[in-house]
Design a protein around this ligand. Structure first.
Ligand code: C2E
Ligand code: MG
Ligand code: MG
Ligand code: MG
Length: 284
Protein backbone atom coordinates (compact mmCIF):
# COMPACT_ATOMS: atom_id res chain seq x y z
CA UNK A 1 0.00 0.00 0.00
CA UNK A 2 2.68 2.48 1.13
CA UNK A 3 4.94 1.26 -1.63
CA UNK A 4 2.20 1.74 -4.23
CA UNK A 5 1.60 5.27 -3.01
CA UNK A 6 5.27 6.08 -3.17
CA UNK A 7 5.43 4.82 -6.72
CA UNK A 8 2.39 6.93 -7.64
CA UNK A 9 3.96 10.02 -6.19
CA UNK A 10 7.13 9.31 -8.09
CA UNK A 11 5.22 9.25 -11.37
CA UNK A 12 3.46 12.55 -10.56
CA UNK A 13 6.83 14.06 -9.69
CA UNK A 14 8.29 12.91 -13.03
CA UNK A 15 5.31 14.37 -14.87
CA UNK A 16 5.82 17.70 -13.23
CA UNK A 17 9.51 17.64 -14.10
CA UNK A 18 8.65 16.94 -17.73
CA UNK A 19 6.11 19.73 -17.73
CA UNK A 20 8.63 22.12 -16.28
CA UNK A 21 11.30 21.13 -18.80
CA UNK A 22 8.83 21.51 -21.68
CA UNK A 23 7.76 24.88 -20.28
CA UNK A 24 11.40 25.98 -20.07
CA UNK A 25 12.17 25.06 -23.67
CA UNK A 26 8.98 26.78 -24.89
CA UNK A 27 10.03 29.88 -22.96
CA UNK A 28 13.52 29.75 -24.45
CA UNK A 29 12.14 29.42 -27.97
CA UNK A 30 9.84 32.41 -27.46
CA UNK A 31 12.67 34.41 -25.95
CA UNK A 32 14.74 33.84 -29.06
CA UNK A 33 12.20 35.77 -31.15
CA UNK A 34 11.53 38.32 -28.38
CA UNK A 35 14.91 39.93 -29.02
CA UNK A 36 14.10 40.62 -32.68
CA UNK A 37 10.51 41.72 -32.15
CA UNK A 38 10.73 44.47 -29.54
CA UNK A 39 9.19 42.50 -26.67
CA UNK A 40 12.03 43.34 -24.27
CA UNK A 41 12.73 46.61 -22.54
CA UNK A 42 14.73 47.92 -19.61
CA UNK A 43 13.46 49.60 -16.48
CA UNK A 44 15.76 51.53 -14.16
CA UNK A 45 15.61 51.55 -10.37
CA UNK A 46 17.11 54.44 -8.39
CA UNK A 47 20.05 53.82 -6.06
CA UNK A 48 19.91 56.74 -3.66
CA UNK A 49 22.15 58.56 -1.19
CA UNK A 50 21.00 58.50 2.41
CA UNK A 51 19.72 60.33 4.35
CA UNK A 52 18.27 62.68 1.70
CA UNK A 53 17.24 60.12 -0.92
CA UNK A 54 18.89 61.94 -3.84
CA UNK A 55 19.53 59.92 -7.00
CA UNK A 56 23.09 58.55 -7.01
CA UNK A 57 22.92 55.75 -9.58
CA UNK A 58 20.47 53.40 -11.27
CA UNK A 59 20.23 49.67 -11.91
CA UNK A 60 18.96 48.40 -15.28
CA UNK A 61 16.40 45.59 -14.92
CA UNK A 62 15.12 43.73 -17.98
CA UNK A 63 11.40 43.18 -18.65
CA UNK A 64 9.66 40.90 -21.14
CA UNK A 65 6.13 41.42 -22.44
CA UNK A 66 5.16 38.10 -24.00
CA UNK A 67 2.66 38.51 -26.89
CA UNK A 68 0.22 35.91 -25.42
CA UNK A 69 1.20 35.61 -21.79
CA UNK A 70 1.82 39.24 -20.90
CA UNK A 71 4.62 40.33 -18.56
CA UNK A 72 7.14 37.67 -17.52
CA UNK A 73 9.68 38.54 -14.81
CA UNK A 74 13.44 38.09 -15.14
CA UNK A 75 13.46 35.66 -12.21
CA UNK A 76 11.58 33.29 -14.58
CA UNK A 77 13.23 33.87 -17.94
CA UNK A 78 16.85 34.74 -17.02
CA UNK A 79 17.47 31.20 -15.67
CA UNK A 80 16.00 29.76 -18.91
CA UNK A 81 18.22 32.09 -20.93
CA UNK A 82 21.26 30.99 -18.92
CA UNK A 83 20.56 27.31 -19.46
CA UNK A 84 20.17 27.69 -23.21
CA UNK A 85 23.06 30.13 -23.67
CA UNK A 86 20.60 32.71 -24.98
CA UNK A 87 21.79 34.97 -22.16
CA UNK A 88 24.89 35.77 -24.24
CA UNK A 89 23.11 37.66 -27.09
CA UNK A 90 20.41 38.83 -24.65
CA UNK A 91 23.04 40.17 -22.24
CA UNK A 92 24.89 41.92 -25.05
CA UNK A 93 21.65 43.65 -26.06
CA UNK A 94 20.95 44.71 -22.44
CA UNK A 95 24.48 46.07 -22.01
CA UNK A 96 24.27 48.12 -25.20
CA UNK A 97 20.79 49.50 -24.37
CA UNK A 98 21.87 50.54 -20.86
CA UNK A 99 25.03 52.27 -22.13
CA UNK A 100 23.04 54.15 -24.78
CA UNK A 101 20.55 55.27 -22.15
CA UNK A 102 23.38 56.38 -19.84
CA UNK A 103 24.77 58.60 -22.62
CA UNK A 104 21.28 60.05 -23.24
CA UNK A 105 20.95 60.98 -19.55
CA UNK A 106 24.38 62.62 -19.61
CA UNK A 107 23.26 64.70 -22.58
CA UNK A 108 19.85 65.66 -21.20
CA UNK A 109 20.43 65.81 -17.42
CA UNK A 110 24.03 67.06 -17.26
CA UNK A 111 25.43 67.00 -13.71
CA UNK A 112 22.13 65.59 -12.39
CA UNK A 113 22.50 62.41 -14.52
CA UNK A 114 22.89 59.14 -12.61
CA UNK A 115 26.55 58.83 -11.59
CA UNK A 116 26.49 55.21 -12.60
CA UNK A 117 24.34 52.74 -14.50
CA UNK A 118 24.45 49.17 -13.18
CA UNK A 119 24.01 46.22 -15.51
CA UNK A 120 23.50 42.66 -14.19
CA UNK A 121 25.87 40.15 -15.75
CA UNK A 122 25.20 36.45 -15.30
CA UNK A 123 27.77 33.74 -14.60
CA UNK A 124 27.38 32.37 -18.10
CA UNK A 125 28.25 35.75 -19.68
CA UNK A 126 31.29 36.14 -17.44
CA UNK A 127 32.51 32.67 -18.44
CA UNK A 128 32.34 33.60 -22.12
CA UNK A 129 35.87 34.24 -23.42
CA UNK A 130 36.25 37.80 -24.63
CA UNK A 131 33.44 39.25 -22.53
CA UNK A 132 35.71 42.05 -21.27
CA UNK A 133 36.55 42.81 -24.91
CA UNK A 134 32.85 43.09 -25.65
CA UNK A 135 32.41 45.54 -22.77
CA UNK A 136 35.30 47.61 -24.15
CA UNK A 137 33.70 47.55 -27.62
CA UNK A 138 30.32 48.74 -26.30
CA UNK A 139 32.00 51.61 -24.43
CA UNK A 140 33.84 52.60 -27.62
CA UNK A 141 30.68 52.38 -29.74
CA UNK A 142 28.53 54.39 -27.34
CA UNK A 143 31.23 56.79 -26.12
CA UNK A 144 30.26 56.17 -22.48
CA UNK A 145 33.05 56.96 -19.98
CA UNK A 146 33.96 53.61 -18.32
CA UNK A 147 33.46 54.85 -14.74
CA UNK A 148 29.75 55.50 -15.48
CA UNK A 149 29.18 51.78 -16.05
CA UNK A 150 28.90 49.32 -13.15
CA UNK A 151 28.86 45.59 -13.79
CA UNK A 152 26.86 43.65 -11.16
CA UNK A 153 27.93 40.06 -10.56
CA UNK A 154 27.06 37.60 -7.81
CA UNK A 155 29.67 35.95 -5.61
CA UNK A 156 28.65 32.63 -7.12
CA UNK A 157 29.40 33.86 -10.65
CA UNK A 158 32.88 34.98 -9.62
CA UNK A 159 33.45 31.70 -7.78
CA UNK A 160 32.44 29.81 -10.89
CA UNK A 161 36.14 29.15 -11.33
CA UNK A 162 37.69 29.09 -14.77
CA UNK A 163 38.29 32.52 -16.24
CA UNK A 164 35.48 34.47 -14.53
CA UNK A 165 37.78 36.29 -12.10
CA UNK A 166 40.30 37.11 -14.87
CA UNK A 167 37.51 38.46 -17.05
CA UNK A 168 36.30 40.60 -14.14
CA UNK A 169 39.81 41.96 -13.58
CA UNK A 170 40.02 42.91 -17.28
CA UNK A 171 36.71 44.74 -17.00
CA UNK A 172 37.90 46.57 -13.88
CA UNK A 173 41.12 47.52 -15.72
CA UNK A 174 38.97 49.35 -18.28
CA UNK A 175 37.81 51.64 -15.47
CA UNK A 176 34.38 50.02 -15.21
CA UNK A 177 33.06 49.66 -11.64
CA UNK A 178 32.32 46.21 -10.22
CA UNK A 179 29.47 45.50 -7.79
CA UNK A 180 29.01 42.26 -5.85
CA UNK A 181 25.25 41.64 -6.02
CA UNK A 182 23.05 39.83 -3.47
CA UNK A 183 25.99 39.69 -1.07
CA UNK A 184 25.49 37.26 1.77
CA UNK A 185 23.46 34.69 -0.15
CA UNK A 186 26.36 32.91 -1.87
CA UNK A 187 29.78 31.85 -0.64
CA UNK A 188 30.42 35.22 1.03
CA UNK A 189 34.13 34.55 1.30
CA UNK A 190 36.15 37.36 2.80
CA UNK A 191 39.01 36.10 0.63
CA UNK A 192 36.92 36.93 -2.41
CA UNK A 193 36.65 40.53 -1.22
CA UNK A 194 40.45 40.66 -1.24
CA UNK A 195 41.04 39.11 -4.67
CA UNK A 196 37.99 40.36 -6.54
CA UNK A 197 38.33 43.93 -7.85
CA UNK A 198 35.02 45.07 -6.30
CA UNK A 199 34.04 48.71 -5.82
CA UNK A 200 30.52 48.18 -4.50
CA UNK A 201 28.97 45.58 -2.21
CA UNK A 202 25.21 45.16 -2.40
CA UNK A 203 23.87 43.71 0.85
CA UNK A 204 21.08 41.30 -0.04
CA UNK A 205 17.47 42.12 0.73
CA UNK A 206 17.09 39.07 2.96
CA UNK A 207 19.39 40.75 5.52
CA UNK A 208 17.84 44.17 5.11
CA UNK A 209 14.36 42.69 5.74
CA UNK A 210 15.21 42.01 9.38
CA UNK A 211 17.54 44.92 10.10
CA UNK A 212 15.06 46.47 12.53
CA UNK A 213 14.75 43.28 14.60
CA UNK A 214 17.29 42.09 17.20
CA UNK A 215 18.49 39.01 15.37
CA UNK A 216 21.46 37.57 13.50
CA UNK A 217 20.43 39.29 10.25
CA UNK A 218 20.85 42.71 11.88
CA UNK A 219 24.26 41.67 13.22
CA UNK A 220 25.37 40.71 9.69
CA UNK A 221 24.20 44.04 8.27
CA UNK A 222 26.14 45.87 10.99
CA UNK A 223 29.28 43.78 10.45
CA UNK A 224 29.20 44.24 6.67
CA UNK A 225 29.29 48.03 6.89
CA UNK A 226 32.52 47.84 8.96
CA UNK A 227 34.05 45.50 6.41
CA UNK A 228 33.04 47.80 3.55
CA UNK A 229 34.38 50.90 5.30
CA UNK A 230 37.66 49.13 6.09
CA UNK A 231 38.06 47.82 2.55
CA UNK A 232 36.91 51.03 0.88
CA UNK A 233 33.94 49.32 -0.68
CA UNK A 234 30.78 51.32 -1.22
CA UNK A 235 27.94 49.52 0.57
CA UNK A 236 24.44 49.56 -0.93
CA UNK A 237 21.51 48.17 1.07
CA UNK A 238 19.12 46.33 -1.29
CA UNK A 239 15.37 45.99 -0.96
CA UNK A 240 14.70 48.82 1.50
CA UNK A 241 10.93 48.96 1.87
CA UNK A 242 10.21 50.97 5.02
CA UNK A 243 11.16 54.23 6.70
CA UNK A 244 12.23 52.25 9.78
CA UNK A 245 14.69 50.16 7.76
CA UNK A 246 16.13 53.28 6.11
CA UNK A 247 16.59 55.02 9.45
CA UNK A 248 18.22 51.97 11.05
CA UNK A 249 20.55 51.45 8.06
CA UNK A 250 21.61 55.10 8.21
CA UNK A 251 22.26 54.75 11.93
CA UNK A 252 24.47 51.72 11.24
CA UNK A 253 26.52 53.76 8.76
CA UNK A 254 24.92 52.94 5.41
CA UNK A 255 24.92 55.83 2.97
CA UNK A 256 23.40 54.18 -0.15
CA UNK A 257 20.18 52.28 -0.57
CA UNK A 258 17.89 50.79 -3.21
CA UNK A 259 14.32 49.63 -2.72
CA UNK A 260 10.62 50.27 -3.11
CA UNK A 261 10.72 52.81 -0.26
CA UNK A 262 12.78 55.09 -2.50
CA UNK A 263 11.57 54.05 -5.93
CA UNK A 264 10.42 51.09 -7.99
CA UNK A 265 12.02 50.14 -11.31
CA UNK A 266 10.76 52.78 -13.76
CA UNK A 267 10.99 53.75 -17.44
CA UNK A 268 14.06 55.84 -18.34
CA UNK A 269 12.12 59.08 -18.83
CA UNK A 270 10.95 58.97 -15.19
CA UNK A 271 14.55 58.95 -13.96
CA UNK A 272 14.98 62.51 -15.27
CA UNK A 273 12.14 63.74 -13.04
CA UNK A 274 12.96 61.57 -10.02
CA UNK A 275 12.80 63.47 -6.74
CA UNK A 276 13.32 62.12 -3.23
CA UNK A 277 9.89 60.95 -2.06
CA UNK A 278 10.83 61.02 1.61
CA UNK A 279 12.56 63.42 3.94
CA UNK A 280 15.89 62.68 5.58
CA UNK A 281 15.97 59.22 7.13
CA UNK A 282 17.55 60.74 10.25
CA UNK A 283 14.38 62.66 11.05
CA UNK A 284 12.17 59.59 10.94
P1 C2E B 1 18.87 41.85 -8.62
O1 C2E B 1 19.96 42.19 -9.56
O2 C2E B 1 19.26 41.61 -7.21
O3 C2E B 1 17.82 43.05 -8.73
C1 C2E B 1 17.04 43.51 -7.67
C2 C2E B 1 15.65 42.90 -7.72
O4 C2E B 1 14.93 43.24 -6.54
C3 C2E B 1 14.80 43.44 -8.87
O5 C2E B 1 13.87 42.41 -9.26
C4 C2E B 1 14.06 44.58 -8.20
O6 C2E B 1 12.87 44.94 -8.87
C5 C2E B 1 13.77 43.96 -6.86
N1 C2E B 1 13.57 44.96 -5.80
C6 C2E B 1 14.17 46.16 -5.67
N2 C2E B 1 13.77 46.79 -4.56
C7 C2E B 1 12.87 45.96 -3.96
C8 C2E B 1 12.07 46.05 -2.75
O7 C2E B 1 12.12 47.03 -2.00
N3 C2E B 1 11.27 44.98 -2.48
C9 C2E B 1 11.20 43.88 -3.28
N4 C2E B 1 10.38 42.90 -2.93
N5 C2E B 1 11.93 43.77 -4.41
C10 C2E B 1 12.76 44.79 -4.74
P2 C2E B 1 13.67 41.98 -10.78
O8 C2E B 1 13.71 43.18 -11.67
O9 C2E B 1 12.47 41.09 -10.81
O10 C2E B 1 14.97 41.12 -11.09
C11 C2E B 1 15.22 39.94 -10.41
C12 C2E B 1 16.60 39.42 -10.71
O11 C2E B 1 16.69 39.05 -12.08
C13 C2E B 1 17.70 40.45 -10.48
O12 C2E B 1 18.05 40.55 -9.13
C14 C2E B 1 18.79 39.86 -11.36
O13 C2E B 1 19.44 38.82 -10.69
C15 C2E B 1 17.98 39.29 -12.53
N6 C2E B 1 18.00 40.29 -13.61
C16 C2E B 1 17.18 41.34 -13.80
N7 C2E B 1 17.52 42.02 -14.92
C17 C2E B 1 18.59 41.37 -15.43
C18 C2E B 1 19.44 41.59 -16.59
O14 C2E B 1 19.29 42.56 -17.33
N8 C2E B 1 20.45 40.68 -16.80
C19 C2E B 1 20.66 39.62 -15.96
N9 C2E B 1 21.67 38.77 -16.24
N10 C2E B 1 19.90 39.41 -14.87
C20 C2E B 1 18.89 40.26 -14.61
MG1 MG C 1 21.51 43.45 -9.49
MG1 MG D 1 20.64 42.29 -6.01
MG1 MG E 1 18.49 39.93 -5.82
Amino acid sequence: EAKGQGKGRHVVFDDRMDQRTAEQSRLAADLRSALDTDQLHLLYQPIVAMPGGELAAVEALVRWTHPDRGPIGPAVFIPAAERTGLIVPLGAWILEQACRQAIRWQQTMGAAAPGSVSVNVSARQLREAGFAGEVAAVLRRTGLPPHVLTVEVTETAVFDGGTALDELKSIAALGVKIALDDFGTGHSSLGLLRTCPADVLKVDKSFVDDVTADGPQAVVVAALISICDGMRLRAVAEGVETAEQAARLYELGYRYAQGYFYGRPMPPEDIATYRPAHGPATQL
